[in-house]
Design a protein around this ligand. Structure first.
Ligand code: SF4
Length: 371
């Protein structure tokens, strides 16, 4: 009788565990058929319920106490022919940005080495171009090969890419290509008119077909409606495969751009956007990107709780200010967050905190090289 009771109990426990693991896999299932009604419903959830759902999915797929860290360097600054209304690098916006021509490969390598010492695992190189010209390609290919040789992951954002350019970058060993969708297709023409939403999707197709990983996200706070944020996330999540990396940027208002005086986005709307991105793209790294200087530690912590697990640190974020590395390290320590490291590189991991704090005086290297 006792044995039977025990066996009933263990079969109940087994059933429960099966149900739990089925619920987990249902939660984390990758879908590419999201529709507006259900995404609007996610955004409308009570905040605590939304955070719980996002955190549950996050824990099923990632170590919740680990954040991937990337460094972004501007390799060519300003004088961009595109008309992105938020951007200080557009030649059409009257900002006091200093232009810089394409950096020498040695300068880029020096910055990448420093970023590695500060704990970054991925080095992203951005150029303010509509698209790279053929004469630029040998230089950028050299940059990819040199940074790869340091043992870092590489990412570039150079504007639109042809199939051939994507193949060349893949051949050089580029791991990720960043090309953001920026905003919803419906709001897009209010923000950019010099390239179409479809142009952006075409570049992402070329990147994916060449064999590289995709980094693509958007910017919120561009004067879009709530439904536009849902629509942007649908565009990203319904890509198949989904982008491996999804930067969610908060608009950084720059004097001299058409969006300099736009109303601030409510903080909770931003956090909701991170949480919904985590739910819709359970396997992607969701990156808390531009706009962190305007966020206090508590808000950043809420973003990590909502499922953000990647940041940029250690330099200016292209045109936008980025928190000093030691502030990030201090926040990570308060929250018990570790940085994702290259597998097997535990010694480097141990040294990250010490090195990053000691190296703050070198941050001008990144300052000079960025916008
Ligand atoms: S966002 Fe990129 S493409 Fe648009 S203006 Fe700025 S640098 Fe040029």
């Amino acid at each position: 009788m006792q044995l039977g009771f025990m066996s009933d109990l263990s079969s109940t426990a087994a059933d429960l565990s099966t149900v739990q693991s089925q619920a987990q896999s249902l939660n984390s299932i990758l879908r590419h058929n999201w529709n507006l009604k259900e995404v609007n419903a996610l955004f409308a959830m009570p905040f605590s319920d939304l955070m719980f759902k996002a955190q549950t999915i996050h824990r099923e797929n990632f170590n919740p106490n680990e954040v991937q860290v990337s460094t972004l360097l501007s390799i060519k600054t300003g004088a961009c022919p595109e008309d992105c209304k938020y951007c200080s690098q557009s030649a059409r916006n009257k900002t006091d940005l200093e232009k810089e021509s394409l950096l020498a490969v040695e300068k880029v390598l020096e910055a990448a080495q420093r970023a590695k010492e500060m704990g970054s695992t991925r080095f992203c190189m951005g150029a303010a171009w509509r698209n790279p010209k053929e004469r630029d390609m040998p230089y950028v290919l050299d940059m990819v090969k040199s940074v790869k040789a340091l043992g870092m992951e590489t990412c570039m954002t150079l504007g639109m890419l042809s199939e051939d350019q994507a193949d060349q970058l893949n051949g050089a060993g580029l791991d990720y290509y960043n090309h953001n969708l920026d905003t919803s297709p419906e709001h897009y023409n209010q923000i950019i008119t010099t390239r179409t939403f479809q142009d952006r999707l075409d570049t992402l197709t070329n990147v994916r077909s060449a064999g590289m990983k995709v980094c693509s996200g958007g910017i919120v706070g561009l004067g879009e409606k709530a439904v536009d944020r849902a629509s942007l996330l649908i565009q990203l999540a319904n890509l198949s495969p989904q982008p491996e990396s999804v930067p969610i940027n908060m608009l950084v208002k720059v004097e001299g751009t058409p969006l300099a005086n736009i109303d601030d986005l409510e903080s909770f709307d931003f956090i909701r956007c991170i949480a919904v991105a985590r739910i819709m793209m359970p396997h992607s790294h969701v990156r808390l990107s531009a706009g962190r200087t305007a966020m206090n530690e508590q808000m950043q912590a809420m973003c990590f709780l909502a499922g953000a697990n990647s940041i940029f640190y250690g330099c200016k974020l292209l045109t936008a200010e980025n928190p000093e590395t030691n502030q990030d390290i201090a926040l990570f320590e308060k929250l018990g967050i570790n940085t994702e490291t290259v597998v097997g590189d535990t010694e480097r991991s141990d040294n990250i905190v010490k090195t990053a704090i000691a190296d703050q005086q070198h941050s001008d290297l990144f300052y000079n090289a960025s916008v």
